[in-house]
Design a protein around this ligand. Sequence first.
Ligand code: FPP
Length: 249
Amino acid sequence: MNSSASLPPEAELDAPVPPIHVAIIMDGNGRWAKKRMLNRIKGHEKGAKTVRTIVRASREYGISMLTLYAFSTENWQRSKIEVTALMTLLKHFLESEQKEMVDNNIRLNAIGQIERLPKNVQQALNRTMEATKHQNGMMLNLALSYGGRAEIVRMVQRIAKKVTGGVIDQEKITSDVISDHLYTKGLPDPELLIRTSGEMRISNFLLWQIAYTEIFITETLWPDFSEDEFIQILKEYQRRERRFGRVDI
Ligand code: FPP
């Protein structure tokens, strides 16, 4: 299929096509703080500022969906002080950014074991999701107490229950049925996954959803990640797409 058949070649080359869905593993807050002889929490605080910058840049660049790995199921094993600090930062972020999200037409969504979050964080999350539920310029999707394997276990349990109850015929279980039983039901898979701080790992993030996703790893620590570097990666992604995505050569 040649979907660009009606476009003149120069128009196709010039048209920037931003990815619809970008996912980010925000890593390196601790190392950023350590390099400066600061407490790890200072790294998370600076990291939260980077979140604001990248959300704004995504909206301006025309990305439809941004998924951020903000807290993993494994992160519960960190010290109580660090977990509490991350939860406080998250609550503060939700409260302070709600107006900005509404003004910029951004809808907030969350994926993960939301029921494990402290009650006051759940309330803040629900308030911001409710306040932004009609916004349709971009979706900010926060992965909170999220783990890809836990998501897959939950999906299998839900489908098995439906099979046992006669709601689904086991022969009718397809990729689409599986996708529909994940936290990301109804959301497109990310075309681009960025990981900061140089680690070559997926760390239990969106295991099912990234089957065909382009991956970019940058050495930059998350608190130092800038709008400029983000845009460079988006442009590089668009170049990769042009080189390898074509079917009409
Ligand atoms: C990884 O750094 C980052 C996290 C565990 C959490 C990400 C949280 C934020 C960016 C701040 C708050 C989030 C929001 C949405 C306001 P790390 O601690 O694993 O770094 P290290 O690998 O260098 O130790």
